[in-house]
Ligand binder design. Structure first.
Ligand SMILES: [Cu+2]
Length: 417
């Protein structure tokens, strides 16, 4: 009864164990178009087209060959993958010129929901880049009836990144579709992998009448917890994996609502078939997902403390990052670092960390939230403290971008020796 999605999936894969997985993946950066509804001209986009689709990988090492078929230099960025020193964009992987390709290893230490995108080098006025979501499979599958990516993106007719003021009302799509239906059967357990693929928008998502249980955030396992008010808040580029029991009557329709801070709008529907419920009561809750590669403890008392201001000073555009630029901070391998991040600009700003996941520290004591993150939105004037263990040697990017359509991406870097 259980594990339908997972069982069907593992049957189609070779039985190689994750540690020995030897996979290769070709990715092509291409110009493409996406239709955004009747009466609208197709929108030109930058896309990443994979040689495997849907893109599900096994843990272990994957050899990536990236071919750039765009008219401009490009480099893929990997959201959620820790310690991939040889894949680190701009630092290990210079921009790939048009028509050229690059091959490099990408270590996949942990299962989860990830994406790659080309936004790092997108100049103002470039077409929007679509994230390419991918899943690294659990070595021990958890029992669910459906396992689906829910990629949410925003579009603005007539707006270019350099002229955001021309933007009309945003249009949100789910998996590239306007107002799609997600079909379910009453009683099914869904694993929905929400991805905020918007340009710069923070939003909350909720499915009417359904409770959601968070099991992972930003591609890292969380101690499972029920989402407050059943709403999932997603930073730009953020990911939340949620288990949802479709405890709805046969034939019912639940709106998927997105709240962008100003208004709630429907972006799709969960539609139950007319069949009777698949089971009399929900499945038992699964144990937490294994946190491979993440430290069990962080000793904050002996941590190195550093401050990082999100203020524009010393931050550069990705294209302007030079090897001579001084690092934001340097740390010895295996040290624990507590970083105080203060937002000194007038807009909420998204802080995105490469190389390692971090804990968000509580404000009053030395505790932390029961999840790991790689992206955090900081309100104007606020300071947040995060902590991480510098497990992986290398040079890693830090990104800071105001949460406004078309805001420039700014970067610095840090080093772990
Ligand atoms: Cu990034």
């Amino acid at each position: 009864m259980a594990g339908l999605g997972a069982a069907a999936l593992s049957a189609s894969l070779s039985p190689a164990s994750p540690a020995q997985a030897d996979q290769s993946l070709r990715l092509e950066a291409q110009l493409a178009t996406i239709p955004l509804g009747p009466g609208q001209a197709p929108t030109t986009i930058w896309g990443l087209v994979p040689s495997i689709s849907p893109l599900r990988l096994k843990g272990g090492q994957v050899e990536v060959t990236f071919r750039n078929r765009l008219p401009v230099a490009a480099v893929p960025d990997w959201r959620g993958i820790d310690g991939a020193a040889l894949a680190e964009p701009l630092i290990a992987r210079p921009a790939v010129p048009p028509g050229a390709e690059a091959t490099f290893p990408l270590p996949l230490r942990r299962a989860g929901t990830f994406f790659a995108d080309l936004r790092l080098l997108a100049a103002p006025g470039a077409p929007p880049s679509r994230p390419l979501p991918f899943i690294v499979e659990e070595s021990v599958p958890i029992a669910v009836d459906r396992d689906e990516i829910v990629l949410i993106e925003d579009w603005r007719a007539g707006a270019t990144a350099s002229r955001p003021e021309t933007a009309g009302e945003p249009l949100f799509t789910v998996n590239g579709q306007v107002l799609p239906d997600i079909p379910v059967r009453s009683g099914e357990r869904l694993w929905l992998r929400f991805i905020n693929g918007s340009q710069q928008q923070v939003f909350a998502v909720k499915i009417e009448g359904l409770e959601v249980r968070v099991i992972a955030m930003d591609s890292a396992p969380a101690e499972p917890f029920p989402a407050r008010n059943s709403a999932l808040v997603l930073a730009p580029g953020g990911r939340v994996d949620a288990l949802i029991d479709a405890t709805v009557p046969p034939g019912s329709v639940s709106q998927i609502l997105l709240h962008d801070g100003q208004q709630a709008r429907p972006i799709g529907r969960v539609v139950a078939s007319g069949e009777a419920s698949i089971r009399p009561s929900p499945l038992p809750l699964p144990p937490a997902l294994p946190a491979d590669g993440l430290p069990a403890q962080l000793d904050l008392k002996s941590a190195l403390r550093a401050e990082l201001a999100l203020d524009g000073a010393e931050w550069v555009t990705p294209a302007g990052l030079s090897a001579a630029a001084a690092p934001a901070f340097k740390v010895r391998r295996d040290r624990v670092i507590v970083l105080a991040l203060s937002n000194r600009v007038a807009l909420a700003t998204s802080f995105h960390f490469h190389g390692h996941h971090f804990r968000l520290l509580d404000r009053l004591d030395d505790g932390w939230k029961p999840f790991w993150l790689d992206t955090l939105v900081i309100e104007p004037g606020q300071t947040q403290r995060i902590a991480f263990a510098a497990t992986f040697s290398g040079r890693w990017l830090i990104e800071s971008t105001a949460t406004r359509w078309g805001a420039p991406r700014l970067v610095r870097w840090y080093s772990v020796d």
